[in-house]
Design a protein around this ligand. Structure first.
Ligand code: BEZ
Length: 212
């Protein structure tokens, strides 16, 4: 599989997981999705990441987003490790972890970077929209735990773009002013944003964050 790029269709797959066998597209349904890999079970950074995502599950739910993790360790290993995650991170695991022993999914999503480590996945993230398009790819090194607040922020931004025709500026946080997408004319903007907008330049128009 060549590298997946933004706008590509996220490949479907069947997989063994800690919540039983599943089909990825069936699991996602009409939701947004986050597929993320970690290098291996029983490692410290991964333990904190998987616990953090379990704690954030209500935030992903609020955003109509299903999460699913992956490593190439087997199911027995995952099941044993989940007990440690629950004990040490004070949480109940509430999403599936794929046991990608045959490397089917990690190959489809190019999650093994052999010059970094040929026996484990790196920390990949894919955000997938309801039409199964890849909307974000992110690759972190094994030694750096990801910032899941940032993933929520990107999901908020992607959903604002998909549903409200706005984009989000540098360092934007939920509730702050947003940027009107360049494809929206001023006439259309007047209808879409009744509270008004500020034209700093013809291509730089700000408005308050649209309500849900
Ligand atoms: C970890 O997952 O904890 C880890 C993986 C590779 C290097 C350092 C830490």
């Amino acid at each position: 599989m060549s590298t997946l790029r933004l706008g590509d269709t996220a490949p479907n797959f069947d997989a063994e997981t800690t919540e039983g066998k599943l089909n990825f597209y069936d699991y996602l349904g009409d939701s947004w999705g986050v597929l993320f890999s970690h290098p291996s079970d029983y490692t410290p950074v991964c333990t904190t990441e998987l616990g953090t995502v379990a704690n954030y599950k209500p935030e992903f739910d609020k955003r109509n987003t299903k999460v699913i993790a992956l490593s190439i360790d087997d199911l027995a290993s995952h099941k044993g490790w989940v007990k440690d995650i629950e004990e040490t991170q004070n949480v109940k695991l509430n999403y599936p972890i794929i046991a990608d022993e045959d490397k089917n999914v990690s190959t489809l999503y190019d999650m093994i970077h052999p010059n970094e480590d040929d026996k484990a996945t790196v920390r990949s993230v894919f955000i997938i929209s309801p039409d199964k398009k890849v909307k974000l790819t992110l690759t972190y090194p094994p030694s750096t735990g990801r910032n899941f607040e940032e993933l929520l922020r990107v999901i908020d931004s992607l959903q604002l773009t998909a549903y409200k025709k706005v984009a989000t500026p540098a360092n934007w946080k939920h509730g702050e002013d947003v940027v009107i997408s360049p494809s929206v004319s001023n006439e259309e903007a007047e209808k879409l944003f009744p509270k008004g907008f500020k034209e700093i330049k013809p291509y730089l128009r700000m408005t308050s964050q649209p309500e849900d």
